[in-house]
Every structure is written in structure tokens, then in C-alpha cells.
Design a binder for this molecule. Structure first.
Ligand code: BGC
Length: 745
């Protein structure tokens, strides 16, 4: 037996070394750069060209003329594309190069007809203020993707919530660059730890969905670097994505997928990105400009009204023959696509279809939800529910499930859609409710003798009567957001009236909000308690019930500011809002980098709820500590967070930097988030934290010199638990410093 094993091992070694000699790129002792170069050197031109063009939907592809898409490609796509998935890129079997199977997106595997586990929305997970939460979620969905046959995840939504009405804010990670960097970066790192490639998307300034394929966003380079690009830069550094997806829109007059400044200069040159830029589905507008300005792979042909296969062999060969695209550039494109396949382990550890442990995966999703729900208001400690004999549960389909966002991130959940037929039933629908009923979960969490009465909330007067008869009323309100459209901040239908009527009938009314982002709450003064549940994922109902009943102590904090009214928004209207797609529109982001709490600070607006706000059933105190800068202006902040209440709980300490002369410095606002730390604490216990401040958060981006500049002077480090609750101030003095954005310099 032992001899047989030994012989087997020897044979395996021998064949590996033979392979390493004939196919040196399979030698795992070589670096991913060396391996990518070696395999490209062994490729024919047609093989290189096959890597840069992706396809989807074989049925539509078959209808393309053979001179546009060759019968060989059609046959390959028909044989290997995973039905209902986002896209497919042919492999090169003779060289051991796997095809690329692409799946959406940030909360789990989305394939029509495949039931998979959904995490809470990315914005929800950002509310956990704990990077280990998106990392664990990334590992879970990465495994499910591999077991479903995929090796490329179109996850990693990183756009800032500049426009609070943006329909895809739920796919992103909030309004602050540092928070976004830690949270989206951790999701990507988690996914890629399972030997998948993940994207970081949608690069960049894709900050509204209205007319997303035609909108031209004007923004100064300084403001762009200090906001949206800084978020992407932090995500890139934390997550090391193998791919970056360029967005649909134009930035300062240039399409994102042929934007030289964003792709070649900032991403590839300055940040040193070694992977590939893939287009969003239908976001390519040219062959030569796109290829020369940085796009490496066109994806998803022939979906989304594409005007032509810009990156297919015929177009690229013609451009090369005319001398418009060089051989060197084609090699670079191929190397960039192959690099992450080696670097992330896709080639060495191929994805294999297999059974999925849905129970274990749902547990991961529930843990994420339980860290992400934000208790916005809790007057008189109405929550957690205790000693109630009857509860009226009203509205929001809470008898069936919890809402999810629409579009390409909409996972078809294990157990199916809990509420079918809600409009729209087709793209960007169907509207999906995860099969996790808060009502059922409350039944199991509350004592058996508690009477629960259900009312669907469609008749406001009837709901109020039901509420009047119960000790406590819980109203569930929902707002559906999705890809391709923006949404006003108002709740739809009769929901505001419903809450007001129920609150008038029962002063102990709790509102649970399931929304993609911020909503207005005209009834806020009338209700004692509000829980923001976001889109809480496949076990959302359980997470809500366990939070309402105190099994879980809420510990989420807002990753976005909740406006008090529409008057507080930076833009009164969104160009092209609720107009059919395809109208060229223009938006000038004259608020620059003053997004979210920075905007509220400079305008002295009092929001409904501030960035970072989040209550607990216990209480915490944050104390400093010290802040000191070394000779390179690297600031270290120390402090302590302690549980000053009577229950176990998780507290979040936040650190901001502020400057009295912020305008003279060229900052976008008086303060910036520079760090945060979450601690799980018993009553009376405390935990020390130490944070290092990234120099870019102390600086302004100087376009003329192309670097970050810290100006000498006195700064304050503010510590606390929300952007409007920062009781500790520590002074720190900085000297003039230049920080190059070119990585490694
Ligand atoms: C979305 C992307 C998505 C792609 C593939 C596009 O419509 O904007 O986020 O990854 O489709 O489904």
C-alpha cells in the first residue's frame, strides 16, 4: 500500500515536471507574471484574440450572421456557456487555459434557474463596520460560485453613494472612501481567497442609474481623486481584484471604457494594476480607442443593445493591419487577462461543480445580517420586545419574506421567491422576496403565549384597528431599488399613511424598514422605534426577529447619511430621471468631493440620521488615547471603547480627522473618516484600539504635480461613535509632505 502510494506520488511529480518543461506556465514555482508571459509567448494570434472577447446568451448569439460570429465560436458558447449566467470566454485547451465563466454579483451567484444563497445587500454589510463580515460573505459566495462551475465573479461594487437616490446604492458600500475601501475590498479578498477572480466595479463615476448608458458626468480631477477614485483606490489596495469593470457612462466627455485618464493613467500606471479591464455589458463604443485607452476585454456580446463585436478577431485584426493597434498591446491585453487566472489560483485549482451546503451558507448570511441591521430610534427602550402579550405585525409581505434589490445582482434564492407577481415581473425584476418570513421568525422567538396578529397593510384603517388591539405594533415598510433606474426617497404606495395611522392607533409602534438606501420618514416623530433592515438576505426574517427580541443586540451603523428632506440633496433633480433609456444627458458634480456627511457639514444641514449613527441595547463610551505623527506624517491614533451598559454588545469606535482651516487647505469638508474599530464587549469591559491613518486622508490631490500634498499645520483627531457624536478631540501637528500616488514611489 505504502509502496503504491509512493509510486503514485513519484509518477505525479514526474508528470508535473514534464508538464513544467513542455508548458512552463504550469510551473507553480514561477510568478504569475512569468507564467502569463510564458503562455502568451506560446499562443497564436487567434488564441490571443479569443481571450479578449466575451459572449453571452447562446440563443441570441445563434441569430448573429456567421460572418459576424463564426460557427466555431457559436458552437463553443452553445456547448459551454452556463445557461442564464452573465457571460463566457473561450478557453485554450491545448495550452491548459480554462474558459472564463462569469457570474453576477455582490450578494451571491445569480443565474436564472439556479437557486443560491443571498447575502444581505452590500450596503447592509457595510453597515456592520466590520471588514470580517464581507470577507466571510465573499468566501461563502466564492465557494458557491465554484461549486456552480464559475471562476469569475462580477462582484465588488465600489461606487460611492454620491446620489442618495441612485438605484444601485444597495450594491455599493456607502458614502465614504475609507469605509468603502475596507468593506468592498474585503468582499473581493474573500471571494478571491476561494480561487476565483473578482471584479471591482463600476469604474467610475457611475453614480446615477438614470440614463446610465448615455450620461456624461463632469467632475474635476481633484474632486474625483478625493472621492470616487479614492474609494476605488482603497478597494483596489485592500482587495487586489483581478479585474476592473469599466462603467457605461462618460466621464468628462469620454466613455468610461475608453477613458485614457482613468484606465491607462490612474488605474494601470499610477496604481500599478496588473489585471484586466473588462467592459460592463454593452459599454464598449469602439475598437481602436477602447483598446489603446485601456480596455482589455469586451464582455457579454450580444446583449444590451451592443452596436457590434468591437473586440472580435475581425475588428482587432483589421485595426492591427492598419497599424492602429500594436502587437505589443494585444500581448498586453492577453497577459493582463491571464495574470489573475494564475495569481488567484483559477488555473491551478479549477472550479468544479459539486454539492453546496446551503444550511451552512445561510448561517453565514444570517450572521452578516445580524451585524448589519441598524437601530435608528428606540425611545423609552421599547426594544427589545419584553413582556408583550400581543403583537400586531403589519405590511411589507412580512408574513412571507424580506425584500431584495433588482437587476443583475438579484440572486434567485434557495426556496424560491416568497412573493411572486409583484411588478415589475421582468427586467430589472422580478421583484424578489427572500423566503424568510419575519412573522414566522417572530413566532419562534417570542414566548409561545404571545399572540401575533397579521395584517397585510393594504387597508390603512383596518391595519390601525388591528394595531389598536395589540400591546405593540410592528409595521414593515419596503422600498424596491434596482439596476437601471433611480428612486425618490419617498416610500411608495400608502406606506407613509399606513405608519402614521398605525402610530396614531398604538403609541408603541415599531417600524422596520427594508430599503436599498436612505428613505424619508415623515412619521418619525410619531413612532418610538425604527430598525433599518436594508435588504437583509436569505435569513433576513430571522435576523430581524432575533434583533427585535434581543437575542441579537444591534450593532450596525449607517454607511450613508439619511436626509431629512429632499431640500438637503446636492442635486434637486436627476437628469433623465424616469425617462426611457438612451437620452444623452449631462450632470455636473459641482459638490465635488463633498459627498454624504461632508456635504451636510459644509451646508450645516441636520440630517434625519447622520453617517455612523446606530443604537444598541447597551451603551458604549469611546475615550482617547493619543494621536501622534511620525516624521513622514504617518498618524497613529489610540483609544479605548468600553461597554457602559448592562448587556453584551458590539460597539464601533470611529476616528475622523478635522482641520479648522479646511477651506484654505482645499479639503472638501471639515472632517474625514480615517478609521474605525468594532469590539464585542461584556458589560463593564473595554478594549483598546490603535489605528493608522492613511496619508491620503490628510491631503489634497494636486493635479498639476500629480500627487497628494499634506499641508503643514495643526489638525484634530475626533473620536466617537458617529459623525455627529465625536466627543474626543486629540491634536496633532503635521509638516508639509508629498505622497505620490504612483504605487511604490
Ligand atoms: C451590470 C453589471 C453586471 C453585468 C452582467 C450589467 O448590466 O451593470 O453590474 O455585472 O450587467 O450581468
Amino acid at each position: 500500500m505504502t509502496k503504491a502510494l509512493l509510486l503514485g506520488a513519484l509518477l505525479a511529480c514526474a508528470s508535473t515536471s514534464v508538464l513544467a518543461q513542455t508548458q512552463p506556465w504550469m510551473d507553480t514555482s514561477k510568478s504569475p507574471d512569468e507564467r502569463a508571459k510564458a503562455v502568451v509567448a506560446a499562443m497564436t494570434e487567434d488564441e490571443k484574440l479569443s481571450l479578449v472577447m466575451g459572449y453571452t446568451d447562446p440563443d441570441a448569439l445563434m441569430k448573429e450572421p456567421d460572418d459576424v460570429v463564426s460557427p466555431a465560436i457559436k458552437a463553443d458558447v452553445a456547448a459551454h456557456h452556463i445557461k442564464g449566467s452573465a457571460g463566457y470566454i473561450s478557453g485554450i485547451p491545448r495550452l491548459g487555459i480554462t474558459p472564463q465563466w462569469q457570474t453576477d454579483a455582490s450578494i451571491g451567484v445569480r443565474v436564472e434557474g439556479m437557486e443560491r444563497t443571498a447575502l444581505p445587500s452590500s450596503l447592509a454589510t457595510a453597515a456592520s463596520f466590520d471588514p470580517s463580515v464581507p470577507f466571510a460573505g465573499g468566501v461563502m459566495i466564492g465557494h458557491e460560485a465554484r461549486l456552480s462551475g464559475f471562476n469569475t465573479f462580477l462582484a465588488g461594487g465600489s461606487n460611492l453613494a454620491r446620489e442618495p437616490r441612485n438605484g444601485r446604492n444597495f450594491e455599493y458600500v456607502g458614502e465614504d472612501p475609507w469605509l468603502a475601501g475596507q468593506m468592498a475590498g474585503s468582499l473581493i479578498a474573500g471571494i478571491q481567497s476561494t480561487h476565483m477572480v473578482s471584479t471591482m466595479k463600476h469604474y467610475a463615476i457611475n453614480d446615477q442609474e438614470s440614463q446610465r448608458t448615455t450620461v456624461d458626468a463632469t467632475i474635476s480631477p481633484e474632486a474625483m481623486h478625493q472621492s470616487d477614485l479614492l474609494a476605488f483606490e482603497f478597494v483596489y489596495e485592500k482587495g487586489d481584484p483581478g479585474s476592473v469593470m469599466c462603467s457605461y457612462n462618460l466621464i468628462n466627455g469620454r466613455w468610461a471604457c475608453e477613458n485614457e485618464y482613468l484606465e491607462n493613467k490612474v488605474l494601470k500606471h499610477d496604481w500599478g494594476f496588473k489585471g484586466y479591464v473588462m467592459s460592463d455589458w454593452g459599454a464598449v463604443h469602439s475598437t481602436v480607442d477602447a483598446a489603446n485607452n485601456g480596455l482589455d476585454q469586451m464582455t457579454g456580446y450580444p446583449c444590451c443593445g451592443m452596436k457590434g463585436p468591437w473586440f472580435d478577431a475581425a475588428n482587432l485584426k483589421a485595426a492591427m493591419a492598419a497599424g492602429d493597434i500594436t502587437q505589443k498591446r494585444l500581448d498586453d491585453m492577453a497577459e493582463r487577462i491571464l495574470w489573475p487566472l494564475f495569481a488567484k489560483g483559477v488555473i491551478d485549482d479549477p472550479a468544479k461543480v459539486g454539492p453546496i451546503d446551503f444550511k451552512a451558507d445561510a448561517d453565514v448570511s444570517q450572521t452578516a445580517a445580524e451585524q448589519s441591521l441598524v437601530l435608528l430610534k428606540n425611545d423609552g427602550n421599547l426594544l427589545p420586545l419584553a413582556g408583550v402579550t400581543s403583537v400586531a405585525i403589519i405590511g411589507g409581505h412580512a408574513d412571507k419574506g424580506v425584500l431584495a434589490g433588482g437587476g443583475s445582482s438579484g440572486v434567485h434564492p434557495v426556496g424560491g421567491n416568497a412573493v411572486t407577481g409583484v411588478e415589475p415581473t421582468s427586467w430589472p425584476g422580478p421583484v424578489i422576496f427572500m423566503p424568510s418570513s419575519p412573522l414566522d421568525a417572530l413566532k419562534s422567538e417570542l414566548p409561545k403565549k404571545t399572540k401575533l396578529v397579521w395584517d397585510n397593510g393594504t387597508d390603512t384603517a383596518e391595519a390601525a384597528q388591528t394595531a389598536a388591539k395589540a400591546d405593540v405594533a410592528i409595521v414593515f415598510v419596503t422600498q424596491w431599488n434596482g439596476e437601471g433606474f433611480d428612486t425618490g426617497l419617498e416610500l411608495g404606495g400608502n406606506q407613509d399613511a399606513l405608519v402614521a395611522a398605525v402610530a396614531a392607533a398604538n403609541p408603541k409602534t415599531i417600524v422596520v424598514v427594508e430599503s436599498g438606501g436612505a428613505v424619508l420618514m415623515p412619521w418619525l416623530d410619531k413612532v418610538p422605534a425604527v430598525l433599518e433592515a436594508w435588504y437583509p438576505g436569505i435569513r433576513g426574517g430571522a435576523a430581524i426577529a432575533r434583533t427585535l427580541t434581543g437575542k441579537v443586540n444591534p450593532s450596525g451603523h449607517l454607511p450613508i447619511t439619511f436626509p431629512a428632506s429632499n431640500d438637503q440633496l446636492a442635486h434637486a433633480t436627476i437628469p433623465g430621471f424616469h425617462v426611457n433609456d438612451g437620452v444623452p444627458v449631462h450632470i455636473t458634480y459641482d459638490e465635488g468631493a463633498a459627498i454624504g456627511y461632508k456635504w451636510y457639514d459644509i451646508k450645516s444641514f441636520k440630517p434625519l440620521f447622520a453617517f455612523g449613527h446606530g443604537l444598541s441595547y447597551t451603551s458604549f463610551a469611546v475615550s482617547g488615547g493619543a494621536a501622534s505623527a511620525d516624521a513622514s506624517d504617518m498618524i497613529t491614533v489610540t483609544g479605548n471603547i468600553s461597554n457602559t451598559g448592562k448587556l453584551d454588545g458590539k460597539g464601533v469606535a470611529m476616528a475622523f480627522v478635522s482641520a479648522d482651516n479646511w477651506q484654505a487647505l482645499g479639503w472638501e469638508g471639515p472632517k474625514r473618516l480615517v478609521g474605525f474599530a468594532k469590539a464585542d464587549l461584556k458589560p463593564g469591559a473595554g478594549q483598546a484600539f490603535s489605528l493608522s491613518v492613511d496619508p491620503r486622508l490628510l491631503a489634497t490631490f494636486e493635479v498639476a504635480d500629480d500627487n497628494w500634498r499634506i499641508k503643514a499645520g495643526s489638525y484634530h483627531i475626533l473620536l466617537g461613535q458617529a459623525s455627529d457624536d465625536l466627543p474626543v478631540s486629540l491634536d496633532v501637528t503635521l509638516t508639509d509632505k508629498i505622497w505620490s500616488d504612483v504605487h511604490g514611489q
